[in-house]
Design a protein around this ligand. Structure first.
Ligand code: COA
Length: 177
């Protein structure tokens, strides 16, 4: 497996889907569950593109639906790696609705998914690091460490005492007093 670091932009996946009657709730908007399914697929493709291995969804950070997507509109999903750790990768997934008849796009939601790369025995395997180039990618890269600490604490897999970068947001250091 090639372990050379890869640019975040190389993992970009753009996915479009048309909202059909079978995808909607009784308000004729896209069902949240269907959207999460598509986001999961876009995220899995982005993770696999980065590490060239099969990947498993380990967690999904909080997902709130800003704007519903109407029947007949296009769902536009963009998934991109923010940072890779040891065997896991954080993927940022943004979703827009698109009214192609009236030619406008509106934000729908955004979430962070974590995927773990698996070896042929389905055990976690090491992944290449990420090169963040643009200011947005660099901001996402730095924030990924704190988000990872928070989600591992919530999952009971990390002690808050070990979350140094996350604690620094809330607990002033002695130098700052
Ligand atoms: C995700 C999974 C492979 C992790 O395996 P594990 O035996 O717990 O392995 P480890 O404890 O060594 O963790 C492996 C990596 O997963 C990360 N991880 C584990 N649980 C996590 C969680 N809840 N959230 C985020 N990351 C998590 C660890 O931080 C570690 O990352 P790192 O190597 O970059 O530090 C395993 O928990 C699993 O198979 N879960 C079920 C996944 C699934 O069914 N997904 C589909 C749901 S529909």
């Amino acid at each position: 497996m090639n372990m050379d670091a890869k640019k975040a932009s190389e993992s970009l996946v753009v996915m479009n889907e048309l909202v059909l009657p079978n995808d909607t709730n009784t308000f004729e908007n896209l069902m949240g569950g269907r959207l999460m399914y598509w986001m999961d697929i876009a995220g899995a493709m982005s993770a696999a593109r980065h590490c060239n291995s099969p990947c498993m969804t380990a967690s999904v950070d909080n997902l709130s639906f800003k704007n519903p997507i109407k029947i007949g509109n296009i769902v536009h999903i963009e998934a991109k790696l923010t940072r890779a750790f040891n065997t896991s990768m954080e993927i940022n997934i943004k979703v827009w609705g698109e009214d192609s008849l009236h030619q406008y796009r509106y934000e729908s939601n955004e979430a962070y998914f974590t995927f773990v790369a698996l070896d042929p025995n389905n055990r976690p395997r090491k992944v290449p690091q990420v090169i963040a180039e643009t200011p947005e990618e660099q901001e996402q890269y730095v924030g990924a460490l704190r988000r990872r600490q928070l989600r591992l604490i919530l999952a009971g897999k990390m002690s808050p005492d070990d979350a140094t970068e996350l604690r620094a947001l809330f607990v002033p250091s002695k130098e700052n007093l």
